[in-house]
Design a binder for this molecule. Structure first.
Ligand code: F6R
Length: 606
């Protein structure tokens, strides 16, 4: 959603603070600002636009100071405007805050403050906190008390960082439902929504938990419980990601870089905890039901997982999108709920897990971001180790999650006896060979994929079609294409097409098929029938097919040809190619690929 950051150090920290919100920009990018303490007040500069654009308008980097806060916004309450951008100051200019999350009772608090004569400058829920701080400080005369007492008046899910002209070198921060991590440096300390903000400076991090607040100076960090002020002692963790991985490294866009990193993310997913995989697999066997849950891309990842478990382990695992989970899933103590999430912070998924826990279910997760809420709150966790995913749309993280689900399904099949040891070994060898195949396909087919995207990008309406395991791949491919090109793309099961949607097919509706390998005889045959149905209605057809599939290659107007590939991993390879096709289509259209309009990487509000 939004990115918040704060830095305090023994030297000027403005360049570091500015860089920190550049690194967090993928969390939100409609406006941003910096607030720096000095000369008896907090100087705030902010405006609408991305971080570099605001810097050009407001000269953020010309500020000077040793302590400051920063914010990059994805609007929730109030339009995108300079007034609504953060930081927000109290009326006396003594307190300045940045906020991520939502304050549910802000209207009541706003009415109460207005009745006391406070004049609001913005439409945000955040601003109430700035004024509450000033009022509470007038009563208590103590900044920490003012901070905590103000926080206690707020209902909702939020994280705040606050600085004050009255305490020039201290950051006050609190976590209540939105992520917040402290970075422990030498002669400087950091607070941020996620570790990408400060990875260049330190990999030592302390993750705040919900209901905790911290006071941070250049050489000290104190964490306490918000409820009673009691001290919390927690060991810092070491973040294994390196700063270089979170830079673009010569690629035009993070999305392209992340697509090309996939051979390595597959290797990392294969190296993730085998004990964890075995434990979760045995739980899947023991539990009445294991629900899988994710939303957006991770919902499609979970759907792909469903096919893996059905085909390899003979087990049907229910999948419910996180946003519908509470209203639909029927879970109890005999069940397990497994969440899939890149960020580990997605509101809907966290809510689903909280609901599962309330019902007494066991919980598990597959997560990328270390120290994230889901990774810390589920009974079992598999860290997928994909490294920072900066592009707002997910590519490498999703593929790695699918690899982990394949591992889980293979392990469950082995334990269950639906897979013999030799079948398991053979399948595993196909997984191990996948990184090299992905590398070869990316290197050899990118030019063709780009040419095809250039040729077809004029079509405004698209169907993305697949059958069996290629169906969730088609759903995910459709999401990729629509979110970065803004074209209308519908993902659909190829067999479903003739039951209604075929009515839309004409010369102007492009159909993109994910064709199974010829070895998957029935699936392949049924998909080819669907291609024929579209062609018979004069619909243009393109797609991805394998070199040894003469029939599909003959039928498709244009085909991206892939080398013969074992059926177990063929759908994953096709997904990589579909990601690349989306990328080149968006490139041709001149879209904002890494930060598509209206989206945010980490959706931490409901
Ligand atoms: C789409 C995309 C989103 C996320 C979804 C869940 O490309 O990235 O649909 O998959 O918002 O996010 P995480 O995985 O962080 O829980």
């Amino acid at each position: 959603m939004c990115g918040i950051s704060a830095v305090t150090g023994s030297e000027d920290i403005v360049a570091i603070l500015y860089e920190s919100i550049l690194n967090l920009e993928y969390r939100g990018y409609d406006s941003c600002g910096l607030g720096v303490v000095g000369n008896g007040n907090v100087t705030v500069r902010k405006n609408t636009g991305g971080v570099e654009e605001v810097n050009r308008k407001e000269h953020l980097t010309k500020l000077k100071g040793k302590t400051g806060i920063a914010h990059t916004r994805w609007a929730t309450h109030g339009k995108v405007s300079r007034e609504n951008a953060h930081p927000h100051n109290s009326a006396d200019g003594q307190f300045s805050i940045v906020h991520n999350g939502i304050i549910n009772n802000y209207e009541d608090l706003r009415d109460e403050l207005m009745a006391q004569g406070v004049v609001f400058k913005s439409e945000t829920d955040t601003e109430v906190m700035a004024h509450l701080l000033e009022k509470t400080f007038q009563e208590t005369g103590d900044i920490e008390q003012a901070f905590i007492q103000s926080v206690k008046r707020l209902e909702g899910s939020f994280a705040f960082c606050m600085v004050s002209a009255r305490s020039q070198q201290t950051i006050y921060c609190v976590r209540q439902g939105s992520p917040l991590v402290l970075g422990l440096g030498t002669k400087s300390n950091f607070v941020a929504s996620d570790v990408n903000a400060f990875l260049q400076h330190t990999r030592k991090a302390l993750v705040l938990e919900d209901g905790e607040y911290a006071t941070v100076t250049p050489d000290s960090v104190t964490v306490r419980k918000t409820a009673d002020g009691s001290l919390v002692s927690r060991k810092p963790i070491r973040i294994e990601w390196d700063a270089e991985t979170s830079r673009k490294g010569g690629y035009a866009h993070y999305m392209l870089k992340e697509i090309f990193e996939q051979p390595q993310t597959i290797r990392n997913a294969l190296a993730a905890t085998q004990e964890g995989v075995e434990r979760i697999a045995s739980q899947i066997r023991e539990r009445r039901d294991t629900y899988m849950m994710g939303v957006g891309t991770t919902h499609y990842v979970a759907q792909a997982g469903q096919y893996f478990f059905s085909s390899l382990a003979g087990k049907y695992l229910p999948v419910v999108s996180s946003d519908e989970f509470v209203d639909l899933a029927v879970v109890g103590p005999q069940d397990m709920v497994m969440a899939i999430s890149q960020s580990g912070e997605t509101y809907d998924t966290r809510r689903g897990i909280a609901h599962a826990k309330d019902q007494g279910a066991r919980t598990a997760s597959i997560v990328n971001v270390m120290g994230s809420s889901l990774s810390m709150s589920t009974d079992e966790v598999i860290m997928q180790g994909s490294g920072p995913e900066i592009c707002v749309v997910s590519t490498k993280a999703a593929l790695a999650q699918m690899v982990i689900l394949l591992r889980l399904a293979l392990e469950t099949g082995l334990q269950e006896g639906t897979l013999a040891a030799e079948q398991y070994d053979e399948s595993y060898s196909h997984l191990k060979a996948l990184p090299d195949t992905v590398t070869a396909v990316l290197n050899e087919r990118s030019g063709f994929v780009r040419n095809l995207a250039d040729k077809t990008v004029g079509y405004r309406n698209w169907l993305m079609l697949g059958r069996g395991i290629y169906y969730p791949m088609a759903l995910e491919a459709a999401l990729k294409l629509k979110e970065i090109t803004y074209l209308h793309v519908e993902g659909m099961a190829a067999g479903f097409l003739k039951h209604g949607t075929l009515a839309l097919v004409d010369e102007e509706m492009m159909s993109f098929f994910l064709v199974p390998t010829p070895e998957e005889k029935e699936l392949n045959q049924h998909t080819i029938s669907a291609i024929e149905e579209v062609k018979a209605r004069k619909g243009p057809v393109i797609g991805i097919a394998f070199e040894n599939d003469k029939r599909a290659l003959k039928l498709l107007d244009h085909a991206i040809e892939l080398p013969p590939t074992p059926p177990l991993v063929a759908p994953l390879l096709e997904l990589v190619v579909a990601q690349l096709f989306s990328y080149f289509s968006a490139l041709k259209l001149g879209r904002s690929i890494d930060k598509p309009r209206n989206l945010a990487k980490s959706v931490t509000v409901g």
